[in-house]
Design a protein around this ligand. Sequence first.
Ligand SMILES: CC(C)(COP(=O)(O)OP(=O)(O)OC[C@H]1O[C@@H](n2cnc3c(N)ncnc32)[C@H](O)[C@@H]1OP(=O)(O)O)[C@@H](O)C(=O)NCCC(=O)NCCS
Length: 152
Amino acid sequence: MIDDVDRIMTVMTVAFDPAFGEAWNRRQVEDALHIGNCHYYLIGEKGQQAVDGASAAGFSLSRTGFQEEELLLLGVSPEFRRNGLGRSLLDQLRLAAATRGAKRLLLEMRRGNPAESLYRSFGFFPIGERRDYYRTASGQRIDAITFTCDIA
Ligand SMILES: CC(C)(COP(=O)(O)OP(=O)(O)OC[C@H]1O[C@@H](n2cnc3c(N)ncnc32)[C@H](O)[C@@H]1OP(=O)(O)O)[C@@H](O)C(=O)NCCC(=O)NCCS
């Protein structure tokens, strides 16, 4: 588990643009995993699950609620992008969430994040927004958009 947090943080450090302040620190990840309703998945560069200390190219972190699963973070190291890993992480999340009883997935995204085209092509659609919810490192305000995706 400590080792897995290391590997999550290795991807976190390179995947998230510091301008948007979206990356979590190690303490936040550890706290989320301690609570017990959060789950993570590490993926290797060839799309396989990265287990037993194998190096990870991406990860997802999600939180289980009543009949829903919220995607908290999705990150793929820049060198491994546009190779289907992000979509594979969503596929895995949908399967795992279904086995935990979820009827839908949820996520919140800053307006303009290029990840939107991945989410939409996967089946997510917007259901709401919070105006000026995020603040960038330079002080700019950006809306948060909430997306959902039904689990068939
Ligand atoms: C979002 C992210 C996880 C996508 O990972 P990925 O492994 O590159 O995604 P995939 O290769 O599975 O992409 C599948 C499809 O989604 C779309 N897509 C993914 N990233 C895209 C981008 N930056 N711009 C436009 N379309 C994109 C494309 O249609 C792509 O298919 P294609 O490559 O055949 O055109 C990755 O870009 C990332 O880590 N971004 C920074 C962190 C972040 O913003 N995470 C989301 C918010 S928590």
